[in-house]
Every structure is written in structure tokens, then in C-alpha cells.
Design a protein around this ligand. Structure first.
Ligand code: XMP
Length: 192
């Protein structure tokens, strides 16, 4: 049984990107990354929880040696706008042994998360190459000057759920990405 329009999908006001489009784009991104890396080993740092499904699908397309590490980073804390703060430990809880690092997040929003982690990875591991990959780019909300090297989809400034992205821990398991019905989003009437 999978999420259906009669079940949890009915909490969506609309589907923004369906599962077929997501899977097609994920395969294209993997192909592009494989080509750019020329088969070299890759250290992947995935920012959780939002990139959970994206990373799982993407990496299974890559036939190269991969050292995968995850980091739990959040700037949203159960709300629908960024708190403007992220908490990062003094040192990363892993060591990367590759010259090529790929930093993956679900959404590039204000840019705080990706730019902070990217800077720290460069400082700590001094890789030859560090590339960034996000599934979604909300260009309109950028505050910190960073562009991802690889972007799945450009989206407008709307709060999205599904395919790893949540509202208060819910909806991550949806196979598509969508906009929540305002009646299901307690904070939708609070201006950001
Ligand atoms: P910043 O502002 O640091 O934010 O670029 C990146 C993080 O914010 C989260 N984010 C969202 N999460 N729906 C979500 O479920 C959204 O529409 C959304 N926009 C941003 C996300 O965790 C990302 O890593």
C-alpha cells in the first residue's frame, strides 16, 4: 500500500512535483555527477532529515566508491520559516578520506545551512573538490550568497512537504512534493 489521494495525499492542496518527475530528475543528476567525477571516489555528506529519500535514491544510481556520512542540521525547528540559526558541533563526527566531497541538502532556502556546512567542510578537510547538490532551490529567499553546483528543481517561495520534507515530522514519506492544505498547516496564517 502506498500513500493515495484518498489517504494522506488528500492533506495536500496540490502536488508540485510528482514522483515520476522526481525519479527522472534524480537519475539525470546522478548521471551528471558520475560524468563530472570521472568515476573517482566520492565522500558524501548528506544533511538530514530532509535529504533522506533523495540521497537514498540518488546514491543507488552511482557505480563508484562512496563514503557516506550524515549530519542532522535544522534551521526550521518544526516551523515553516527558517529560524536564522543552525547548530553545528565544534568538529564533524567523521573523517573524510576522499579528495572529492559532495554536500547534499533537500532545499536551498536562505542559504544559511549549505554555506555554513560547506565552509566548515572546506576548513576541516581541505578537499580538492567540494560540490553542492540540492533537490530544490528557492532562489527568492536567498540571504547568504551561495549557489548550488547541482539543482534538481527551481521552486517558488512556498513551504513544501513530501519526499523527505516535513511539517512537524509528518509527510516525509510522500512519494511526491506538494503544498499542504492551509487547514493542515497551523502556521500558514502567520506572516514570515
Ligand atoms: P536555509 O535557510 O538554511 O534552509 O537555506 C535550508 C533548510 O530549511 C529547510 N526548509 C524546508 N523544509 N519545507 C521543508 O520541509 C520547506 O519548504 C523548506 N524550506 C526550507 C530544509 O530543511 C533545508 O535543509
Amino acid at each position: 500500500m502506498i500513500p493515495s489521494s484518498a489517504g494522506v495525499l488528500s492533506d495536500l492542496e496540490r502536488v508540485l512535483i510528482d514522483s515520476t518527475a522526481i525519479q527522472l530528475r534524480v537519475a539525470q543528476l546522478a548521471h551528471q555527477i558520475h560524468r563530472d567525477l570521472e568515476g573517482k571516489p566520492l565522500g558524501v555528506v548528506a544533511l538530514l532529515d530532509g535529504s533522506l529519500f533523495f540521497v537514498a535514491d540518488l546514491l543507488r544510481h552511482l557505480d563508484i566508491p562512496i563514503q557516506l556520512h550524515t549530519l542532522s542540521v535544522s534551521s526550521y525547528h518544526g516551523e515553516t520559516t527558517s529560524s536564522g540559526r543552525i547548530e553545528l558541533a565544534e568538529k564533524f563526527p567523521f573523517h573524510l578520506q576522499t579528495e572529492n566531497i559532495l554536500l547534499i541538502d533537500d532545499i536551498l532556502d536562505t542559504g544559511l545551512t549549505l554555506s555554513s556546512v560547506r565552509e566548515r567542510l572546506i576548513r576541516e578537510f581541505q578537499p580538492e573538490v567540494l560540490r553542492t547538490l540540492v533537490l530544490l532551490n528557492k532562489q527568492a529567499r536567498r540571504i547568504h550568497p551561495i549557489q548550488a553546483d547541482y539543482v534538481g528543481f527551481e521552486i517558488e517561495d512556498e513551504f513544501v512537504v513530501g519526499y523527505g520534507m516535513d511539517y512537524q515530522g509528518q509527510y516525509r514519506h510522500l512519494p511526491c512534493i506538494g503544498i499542504l492544505n492551509p487547514s493542515k498547516n497551523a502556521l500558514s496564517s502567520i506572516p514570515s
